[in-house]
Design a protein around this ligand. Structure first.
Ligand code: NAI
Ligand code: MG
Length: 367
């Protein structure tokens, strides 16, 4: 199959790390292991400089037509004063909104070679492989009313509103159950039904969906605050964790730090399944930002970006074996001691962004 891939490298280290993905795409093509039609577009500050918008209509159209969008990172001090609606992040928000990306997938994988670099004991994180599925388009970040009101006595009241419909809960939990089936077959649903009505509805809805369509998957309920504690105490008890937007924001950041550097963390955001084609709109991006402090110096770790492409292979292109091979190549390179500066021991030798990319291509070849 010919996979339509849109590359949006963005700003700062975005183009540097995306460059390494391009090498890997070419390698898969040369081996006859995949056929990709690549488009390239602009997003963020560079799009503003070129089109006076954080993403152009033309590039939005390419994103709509793509099987997957690979997104680098946006932003930087250069664009601190651009009009609010054109700020670099607006490009990412527009993509999420227009593509209807309601499911955010954040894996936390601990490569054995890096277990000793975790802030936790190596035995707690070694071999860790969990997936947090976060609802991304609803909940308290978007619910109305959202306002600051001045009261009669002159003091103020801030209001945010947490709203969820059964439909929104069902579709995110269905994604979690489907993914669990391809993994270790367990879903932990995190909410706070003890103090929140949306938590009560969440628990009822996931329970009913499980009984109706996913009895083969193990379902457990966990209070979100307890889940945060358990993630630090013994994270390997989890497989897939599903939760709302706010809890997912926090829990995924907790899980991220179990595994080390920001430069290692990939993510995916998926939309609804098109009933005609069975395909989902999807955007893949590293968790990190544009890292202006190291941009242009060859210091960026490309593994988060490359890992995001591995997720695209798995979730958008149905190429699970290729994804396994790519993730295996990353593990091999780390196992051999190859490190960019962010994951190297203080004072130890480190390789550049392009050297890390080349090492991963070599390791792919050796597999
Ligand atoms: P950041 O993630 O860009 O950087 C935080 C720290 O981690 C920096 O010291 C950076 O050098 C380091 N780092 C990040 N990625 C790395 C990599 N691949 N390899 C080695 N080191 C890495 O977050 P920060 O500094 O808060 O934001 C910088 C800019 O990025 C801002 O303009 C911010 O708005 C934007 N940003 C964009 C995001 C996106 O495009 N999705 C997400 C987060 C921030
Ligand atoms: Mg966050």
């Amino acid at each position: 199959a010919n996979h339509k891939l849109l590359l949006l490298p963005g700003d700062g280290i975005g183009p540097e790390v995306m460059g390494q993905v391009e090498k890997i795409v070419s390698w898969f093509e040369k081996q006859g292991l995949g056929s990709f039609s690549l488009e390239r577009g602009l997003v963020g500050g560079i799009a503003y400089d070129t089109h006076k918008a954080a993403i152009s209509e033309g590039d939005m159209k390419l994103a709509q037509e793509a099987d997957a969008v690979l997104f680098g990172a946006v932003g930087g001090p250069k664009w601190a004063d651009v009009p609010y609606q054109h700020r670099p992040e607006a490009g990412l928000l527009r993509l999420r909104k227009d593509l209807g990306l309601f499911a955010n997938l954040r894996p936390a994988i601990c490569y054995p070679a890096l277990a000793s670099a975790s802030s936790l004991k190596p035995e707690v994180v070694e071999g860790l492989d969990i997936l947090i599925v976060r609802e991304l388009t609803g909940g308290v970040y978007f619910g109305e009313p959202k306002e600051i009101v001045t009261l009669e006595d002159g003091s103020k009241r801030g209001v945010d509103t947490q709203l969820y419909t059964t439909g929104e809960i069902e579709r995110i939990c269905a994604v979690a159950f489907e993914l669990a089936r391809t993994r270790r077959n367990k879903v932990s649903s995190a909410e706070k039904h003890n103090v929140m009505k949306t938590g009560v509805l969440w628990k009822q809805t996931v329970t009913a969906l499980h009984a109706k369509s996913y009895k083969d998957v193990e379902l457990e309920h966990v209070l979100a605050d307890n889940c945060a504690m358990q993630l630090v105490r013994w994270p390997k008890q989890y497989d897939v964790i599903v939760c709302d937007n706010l809890f997912g924001d926090i829990l995924s950041d907790v899980a991220a730090m179990l595994t080390g550097s920001l430069g290692m963390l990939p993510s995916a955001s998926l939309g609804a399944e098109d009933p005609a084609t069975g395909k989902r709109k999807a955007l893949y991006e590293p968790v990190h930002g544009s890292a202006p402090d190291i941009a242009g110096k060859g210091l960026a770790n490309p593994i988060a970006m490359i890992g995001s492409f591995a997720m695209a292979l798995r979730y958008s292109f149905g190429a699970g074996e290729a994804a396994d091979r790519l993730e295996g190549a990353i593990a091999d390179v780390l196992g051999a001691g190859t490190r960019t500066k962010d994951i190297a021991a203080p004072g130890a030798n480190a390789v550049s962004t392009t050297e890390m990319g080349d090492a991963i291509v070599k390791a792919l070849e050796a597999r």
